[in-house]
Design a binder for this molecule. Structure first.
Ligand SMILES: O=C(O)CCC(=O)C(=O)O
Ligand SMILES: [Fe+2]
Length: 206
């Protein structure tokens, strides 16, 4: 017998609405974010995984972005009540909102993993990914795939079924951190950094 739990997620389009931006930030939020990341290209480093496994994750990451993170935490906090309701997720007291900034360019990917599978990250409850990129779009692929879970054995194993989410510009996706998920390979023929698939993503921790 197999017991399949369908992956549930929430995607909100037009997340960073201009009317909600503080006056210190440029009118067009995406343009502001793009300018910000493009000017910091040299500070991006190659990603690693906690298991250290080679060929598991291939992308670039920026760890420090103080000008952006507090502002983003504010917007995520504001939407959290809606997220809990829509996902029908048990309420918990939020201790921290972790955040990273990634760039996926030609040939980059992140194979199947969950986000709270080791002791150091076990307090991650919900994962979020905010997508932004230059228009017209210079890449294809890079969909986020969430696997349904087979819970028959008491362990979560990936089912053969899944949902595939398009990483739409200025949208944010929320899902439980224990879900198995992956980033499908990106094709970016120009290989220009500015045309990467960018994310501000992280975890709502208890
Ligand atoms: O970029 C994405 O769509 C998801 C990234 C992800 O799964 C992670 O950073 O743990
Ligand atoms: Fe992840």
């Amino acid at each position: 017998m197999s017991v399949i739990q369908a992956a549930k997620y929430l995607q909100i389009d037009g997340f960073l609405d201009q009317s909600r931006l503080p006056s210190t930030v440029s009118q067009e939020c995406n343009i502001h974010l793009l300018e910000y990341v493009i000017s910091r290209e040299s500070r991006f480093v190659s990603t690693t995984t906690s298991t250290g496994e080679a060929d598991y994750r291939n992308s670039k990451i920026l760890y420090e972005f103080p000008e952006i993170s507090a502002w983003m935490v504010h917007h995520i906090s504001a939407i959290l009540p809606t997220v809990f309701t829509q996902l029908d997720h048990p309420l918990f007291e939020v201790s921290q909102i972790e955040m990273q900034l990634t760039a996926h360019n030609d040939g980059n990917y992140y194979k199947m993993h969950n986000d709270n599978g080791s002791a150091a990250v076990v307090n991650r409850e919900l994962s979020y990914v905010y997508y932004f990129y230059q228009e017209p779009k210079g890449f294809s692929g890079g969909e986020l795939r969430l696997y349904d879970l087979d819970v028959a054995t008491g362990w979560y194993e990936s089912a053969e079924t899944f949902v595939t989410i398009e990483p739409r510009n200025n949208s944010i996706v929320f899902f439980p951190s224990y879900y198995l998920h992956e980033v499908l390979p990106v094709a970016c023929p120009s290989r220009r950094f500015a045309e990467s698939r960018f994310t501000l993503n992280g975890w709502i921790c208890r």
